[in-house]
Design a protein around this ligand. Sequence first.
Ligand SMILES: Cc1cc2nc3c(=O)[nH]c(=O)nc-3n(C[C@H](O)[C@H](O)[C@H](O)COP(=O)(O)OP(=O)(O)OC[C@H]3O[C@@H](n4cnc5c(N)ncnc54)[C@H](O)[C@@H]3O)c2cc1C
Length: 438
Amino acid sequence: MRVAQSFDGLGLGNTEEGTLRDSGASCHVAIIGAGPYGLAAAAHLRAEHVETRIFGEPMAFWERHMPKGMFLRSSASASNLADPDGRLRLDRYHALHGLPHVKPVPIEDFVRYGHWFQQQAVPDVDRRTVTSLVADSQGFRVRIADGEEFHARRVVVATGISPFARRPAQFAGLPAPLASHSFDHADLSRFARQRVVVVGAGQSALESAALLHEAGAEVEVVARAPGTYFIPDWPQTPLVRAARRLLSPIARPPFDIMGPRFVSWLIAWPRLFRRSPRALQDFLTGRAVRPAGASWLASRLAAVPITAGRTVAAATPTGSQLRLRLDDGSERLVDHLLLATGYRVDAARYPFLAPTLLQALRTRDGYPELEVGFESSVPGLHFVGTPAAGTFGPLCRFVVGTRYMARTLTRYITHAGGNGRIRSGRPTANGLLAVRHG
Ligand SMILES: Cc1cc2nc3c(=O)[nH]c(=O)nc-3n(C[C@H](O)[C@H](O)[C@H](O)COP(=O)(O)OP(=O)(O)OC[C@H]3O[C@@H](n4cnc5c(N)ncnc54)[C@H](O)[C@@H]3O)c2cc1C
């Protein structure tokens, strides 16, 4: 029987030709998180025969922490999960399943698309939760919820923004039935016939208000910003269409999801963003992610009062209701306060990172500082998705950024940048490769 040497030094045994004897003891890359970023990274690494394990409930954030009936703010063309040869695009999913191309994209469609992508590209996602990550002599020791442990030479953290929901201090301690974060809801219809104040002026706040209104709640939006802003659609003139066709092979700017057009163009180059002066980075980020709603929300909010330029200064439980005092002295008695106050990345809040890893992790404003290849100051530890936006810019906050991320990460890991250069290997039954490292 011929054997192929696998994964030197990491405890994997020899493999029979064509099969990887996976003792579960080690792997080259472990990806934590099976949302758009984790799935795209796994698809690209597997295509380059990098032995990769991926953990997490696929598309769980979209299913459990975004409201039913929501529409994507990003256009269909900016909502593709990246696969190496572009076969698993959203429009292809629609065509294969005989689904109409609707604008904007309903979240239910997008979630089904995400599961289809996962089944096609990464069918063996391990749905268990990673509970601990510790550095060791072989790279990292990864522990899973049921106590199983294994070693990984590299770890890609792709767990999204779940740990980072921002709840302003003045609302801490309010009972959950009276106040919640938008993260807590997958269905807002439970607030039908209730009086609800939504705090915030971004897409999530404005869309939640529209959904609450349509579900029969009495809603008011309170926003600190002096007014609400709706992102205008790109005009569909022949000139714009021609320009997009001409320029997309070069840059593929995410035209319709991020602020003014010149900002969209500039942040379409994450590598350039990374090298830009801090002042320019801050300016671009501020413009790209300022609170705003999609154009199609404006008409749905026509009957919803929006109190702009105000904050909720105090919230006091009164029986089964909440008394709110705004900074202009006015009061509201509500059944519920919905905080659509967004997310703030803070690496210290990852529940699975060992304290020693956290100490070694260089951060800036809570975001891990990353090098080319999305690698942090801890060698072999990578962060993708929104936490990478501190280095690579706002593109990383959106699904459209999966393409740049997956290509860059994979190139880094398979070439000289990643010290685990792949020298040889043999494809196995499950598409993995037993590899030897230099
Ligand atoms: C209300 C709202 C609307 C949005 N609309 C858009 C939009 O229209 N277009 C757009 O491009 N972006 C949108 N976004 C941003 C969007 O959330 C991100 O683009 C996208 O989800 C990022 O994907 P991700 O893979 O980084 O994270 P996620 O989609 O959050 O996936 C993270 C995955 O990690 C898993 N996980 C977490 N912890 C662990 C663990 N310890 N072990 C194992 N697995 C774990 C979870 O189960 C989950 O599957 C929106 C965000 C919000 C909040």
